[in-house]
Structure formats: structure tokens, C-alpha cells
Design a protein around this ligand. Sequence first.
Ligand code: PRT
Ligand code: ZN
Length: 293
Amino acid sequence: MNRIRVAIQKSGRLSEKSLDLLQSCGLRFARSKDKLYWYGKDFPVDLLLVRDDDIPRMLLDGVCELGIVGENIAEEVMLESGEGGGMTQLRKLSFGGCRLSLAVPEDSSITSAQDLDGCRIATSYPALTNALLARRGITAETVKFSGSVEIAPGLGIADAISDLVSTGTTLRANHLIEMEVLFESTAALYGQLDKLSPEKRTMLDRLLARLDGVLLAAESKYVMLNAPRDAIEEITRLLPGAENPSLMNLEGAPDRVALHAVCREAVFWEHLEALRGAGATAILVLPVEKMLG
Ligand code: PRT
Ligand code: ZN
């Protein structure tokens, strides 16, 4: 069967953005009633909607060729199974950002990771936590929790926790202090590329090229402005991630030009102010929808 299967989270923090990303690569799906398997309509890529925790195993078992999942989960499963070689991170994505942090009760005598040697840590990520602590010469006992890790210290089950944090509200609500960040995570696209047929490989390359176009376009802006001829060099330097701008004559203004450029990095107000300071006027910043190199 020459179709590629992509596993994404069915419902949760990564679901909507994962689906949006695939749709912006031109994929359209016939949504099935049971909602677990969506057939790809005009590109031979089908969707599997599952719990995020199941995605790495599905990749390792060859149930799907691609999967979008948090690096936290992918790293945990790869360390746990010792089968990391079968699963490759293809692209890091810009959503699902969080950090795996060590936290202790507000009144704890533990103040640094070093103090955790010989202590008990509650976590949903025992393999990753142990590996990251071991790198720093710390050996602790991990207690596996599949949810509500933050209640463990209060119950007397653990001295500290190692858990995902984004705003820190959950930690504060449970009177825990974030002590150290162990690991920064985002969602990522993973692939199981070992046994791909040449046809699937070609499809995958085509999909990845589209994905790169989408990821690049999301960062990029098309900037148009008018500039004094003698400031072109300085203005080009001030445009973030732009090279070789296009220049056009302005009718009736021989000492000024219209300059257009694609900026491949974010354009902030500070950049625009600096451009105006260098003599640019009529500055327009437009979003870029798609890009193919
Ligand atoms: O049902 P399923 O198993 O698929 O979903 P899930 O409940 O296991 O996962 P979900 O949707 O909560 O998270 C999916 C992925 O999102 C995680 O694996 C991370 O990669 C990423 N992510 C980003 C987060 C957070 N931010 C996050 N804040 N995952 C969990 N949290 C937790 C955090 O631990 C805390 O308990 O959300 C709570 C709120 O965090 P604060 O710091 O904002 O209070
Ligand atoms: Zn989960």
C-alpha cells in the first residue's frame, strides 16, 4: 500500500496545530465517523488520531511512517525502549513549547539539583529525568506517575517532582517552586524511515519540501519601502534575514527607490523604527503564505 500514515494527537494541546500544519501543506482528509482514521483525499497521506503517548510506539512498530509528538514523550520512549535508532526527528516545530523542570515544596530544604542525590522524584518521565540527572552525576529514585504529579510531595510520596511546565501556574497553585529546567521541549515531526519503499520515500520528500515551505513562510515577511538611493546598503543590512532586495525606480524622484525584500526572520517594530531612522518611508510588511525554494 503506497500511502503514508501520520499519527497526531486526537485531542489535546497538540491536536489543532498538528492538523493545521498538515492542512497548510495541502493535505485534505475525509473525516471518518469513528474519528480515528482519516483518509487523505488528494495526496496519499492518511491520518491516525491517537493519544500522544502512543505515537512513538506506533512509529517504532511501523504502524505509521510519520508522527507529530512532543520531544518530551519521544525522548522518554526512545530512552525507555533503547530503540531510538528506529525513529528519527525530522523537523522541530514551533508549537507545544514547554519545559521539563525539577520542582520542590516551598518549604523544602532542597535548593539545587545536586541536593536530590538519593532523593525520590515523582515524574511521568522517569527515563528522561534519570538520564538528564545522571549526566550531572546525580542519582535519584524516580516514582512513575501518569498524571497529577504535582500532588506527590504533599502526599509524602516524593521529595521533588520532575514535570512539564509552561506558565508555572500549576506549580504555584500546589506550593511548589520551580528549581531547575532539565529539558526544553517543543512538538516535533518524527519519522520511521527504515523500511520505506522508494515510492513512499519520494512522497515523504515531497511532503517535507512543502512542510519546509510552510515553516519558512510562517517566519518570513515581504517588506516594501521607499528609500534614499544612498541608503540602500544600510537599509538592506537592517532588514532581518533579507538578501538581494529588488529595486525599482520611483517616477519623479530620481534620488529615491522602491525596495522590496523577503525577510526570513521575524520583523519587529524596532526594525521598522531603525529603517525609518535610515530614511525609509512608506514601509509595508506583508505576510508570506507559501514559499518553495
Ligand atoms: O490524551 P493525551 O494523552 O493525548 O493527552 P495528554 O493529556 O497526555 O497531553 P496534553 O494535551 O496535555 O499535552 C500534549 C503535549 O503538549 C505534552 O506532551 C507536551 O509536549 C506539550 N505541553 C506544552 C504540555 C504543556 N505545555 C503543559 N503545560 N503538556 C503538559 N502541560 C501541563 C503541565 O504539566 C501542567 O500540569 O499542563 C499543566 C499546566 O501548566 P502550567 O505550567 O501552565 O500551569
Ligand atoms: Zn498523553
